[in-house]
Ligand binder design. Structure first.
Ligand SMILES: Nc1ncnc2c1ncn2[C@@H]1O[C@H](COP(=O)(O)OP(=O)(O)OP(=O)(O)O)[C@@H](O)[C@H]1O
Length: 587
């Protein structure tokens, strides 16, 4: 597995030391039947107690050597496999963080979780098994064949007949098992997907009383997981007893032929006992090899799934932008420029999501973006931090073509508040500071004040140390939005993108936030996506989106006069909003 290449240099030495101790262990196991044969034939049957004592002591010594080797090898294998697993998980996690957004869109999130947990565990188990028993099995098998042939060559014909049959059974098991175990992992992915959707939408499920339907969906995925697992295990269930039966037939043949040869004086009882011991060791080794293949098949499937992620291209790179203050030195260049930008999502059929967009936004401008749902507003702003590259045309930030700029450097001077608020488990302070690790308590409080969050934070007994539950369960939608805005503000960005993140706020709170933001106007370039006209009407300019095209750009009054789409939005909303807007204006 090419996956192991990277870790070979790190753990190769410990692995080899473990293999050396495995060899001692195998040697100890192989010597025991030979010593036993001498004790029986030359000691017990011949009445020579000296041979019994000497060989008995030797056998104890050999057993002790085997036990010490097993102990050292166990310690090594646990250490190496656990560290290897942890490192593989860390590498995979790091890779997931650097995957481009379109790759993340393509890979199912539930499948990524299964790869990070179950798939890594499968490979870890394989490595552990490899160091504990898998390498020992072939050593023991080959050694037992050699010892048996040396002990009594004519009897070895039985081995020559049995071993190829068992090898064939193992090969069949492998061939049938591989696709079956691949299906088990896929079924597990689907089950994890359902579970994730159910848990993240549990409130909606409760509100719509959809428990039973969701339970049925889960039952289906659980059932297909069971069927896939059962099918895979059925293969093992058939082949393992077949292999055991074949080897046991061999043992019966040894007993029968051995008995005849003792009768004819060609063999001694101790030799037959030793021969059976070797046959059992061969059985153990073949059974282990068949188990290795089963574990290998699962690990190979898992390794393929992990390699698929690791082999994906990482986030694109590019030039590092100069520090914030130096951006303005690019005299005459607009802060943001779209130049004939067309964009389609990877793999999506039909019309592009954005069509030939051309506009500029100057430094310090506040630009509203409005349009019907699905008109491409979020997609438009996602091109600015280079979540995606335009399919045609170019996006320039501070005069730099984003395709040529390192995304991390590009994003370091931006803050985006997404449509769906994301809060992390921790305190309120931690969540706001997440936007800027170097922020002082005063800066955190100031950001929270501008985002109209300070009052509700201060009203809670623990203030900024209040714990945020998973996903922000203990906060209202509006409070979560305000905390997300504070997190973006504490970053003190050059470009602030607010993607419909005031939808859960009442107009009074929204007006307060906008008034506070206006105080800092001129320094920050702000893009404000909104569904409500009142949210954008006092922006410096408004971009009106319609079906991926720009229907108009201008001030509120201009658009009311000459943009049909804007006029329609006005007519559909203004009646409702008149009263609310008046209330906001008074505050
Ligand atoms: N990751 C994606 N993969 C494929 N298609 C997408 C993706 N994200 C959005 N789209 C499609 O692109 C189009 C524009 O979506 P976008 O989210 O930009 O619209 P929007 O104007 O922001 O909508 P809303 O106001 O509802 O948030 C929609 O048709 C949507 O289905």
């Amino acid at each position: 597995m090419s996956l192991f290449r990277k870790y070979r240099s790190q753990y190769g030495r410990s692995f080899l030391i473990a293999v050396v101790f495995l060899m001692f262990e195998a040697l100890a196991d192989l010597l025991q039947p030979a010593i036993l044969a001498i004790i029986i034939d030359k000691g017990v049957l011949a009445g020579d107690m000296r041979t019994v004592y000497w060989c008995g002591s030797l056998m104890l010594l050999v057993t002790a050597l085997g036990a010490v080797s097993a102990l050292i090898r166990n310690l090594l294998s646990s250490r190496v496999s656990q560290r290897f697993g942890a490192e593989l998980r860390a590498d995979l996690y790091e890779k997931m963080q650097t995957l481009p957004t379109d790759e993340l869109d393509r890979l199912d999130r539930a499948s990524l979780i299964t790869r990070l947990t179950n798939d890594v565990t499968q490979i870890q188990n394989f490595v552990n098994g490899l160091m504990r028993i898998f390498v020992k099995a072939p050593l023991l098998g080959i050694g037992a064949v050699i010892m048996a042939v040396r002990l009594n060559p004519p009897m070895s014909i039985i081995l020559i007949a049995i071993v190829p049959i068992v090898a064939f059974l193992i090969a069949m098991n492998l061939r049938i098992g591989f696709p079956r175990f691949a299906r088990v992992q896929e079924a597990l992915d689907r089950m994890n997907g359902y579970t994730r959707d159910f848990l993240s939408g549990i409130r909606v499920v409760k509100a719509f009383n959809r428990y039973e339907d969701e339970a049925v969906k889960f039952e289906h995925s659980n059932e297909s997981y069971r069927q896939a697992s059962e099918q895979a295990l059925r293969g093992m269930a058939i082949f393992n007893p077949l292999i055991a039966l074949t080897v046991n037939i061999g043992i019966v043949m040894i007993l029968w032929v051995g008995g005849l040869r003792i009768d004819h004086g060609h063999m001694q009882a101790g030799q037959v006992v030793a021969f059976i011991n070797y046959m059992q060791q061969i059985l153990f080794s073949l059974m282990t090899i068949s188990m290795v293949f089963n574990t290998f098949v699962r690990a190979k499937t898992s390794a393929g799934r992990i390699t698929e992620v690791l082999a994906k291209p990482s986030r694109p790179t590019g030039a590092i932008l100069p520090a914030s203050g130096e951006h303005s030195a690019q005299a005459g260049k607009p802060c943001i420029q779209f130049d004939h930008v067309t964009f389609s999502y990877e793999g999506a059929a039909g019309e592009p999501v954005l069509h030939d967009l051309t506009f500029t936004i100057e430094r310090g401008e506040t630009v509203g973006i409005i349009g019907s749902t699905g008109s491409g507003k979020s997609t438009l702003v996602h091109l600015i931090p280079r979540f995606y590259d335009p399919t045609n045309g170019s996006v320039f930030v501070h005069g730099n073509d984003t395709k040529q700029v390192d995304p991390a450097s590009l994003r370091s001077r931006m803050a985006i508040v997404p449509q769906q608020t994301v809060l992390f488990t921790g305190t309120i302070k931690d969540n706001i500071r997440w936007g800027n690790e170097a922020a002082t308590p005063e800066q955190i409080e100031e950001a929270a004040s501008v985002a109209a969050a300070h009052d509700f934070i201060a009203a809670s007994p623990l203030g900024y140390d209040t714990i945020v539950g998973q996903g922000g369960v203990n906060f209202s939608g509006g409070q979560k939005q305000r905390l997300s805005i504070a997190r973006a503000l504490v970053r003190q960005p050059d470009i602030l993108i607010l993607d419909d993140c005031t939808s859960a706020l009442d107009v009074v709170i929204e007006a307060k936030i906008k008034a506070a933001l206006k105080k800092g106007a001129g320094k920050v370039t702000c893009l404000l996506i909104a569904q409500r006209m009142s949210s954008v009407m006092d922006a410096d300019r408004i971009i009106v989106m319609d079906d991926g095209r720009i229907a108009g750009i201008g001030k509120h009054e201009e658009l009311l006069l000459n943009c049909k789409v804007y006029q329609e939005i006005y007519r559909s909303q203004w009646g409702k909003e008149n009263d609310q807007h008046a209330a906001a204006a008074q505050c």
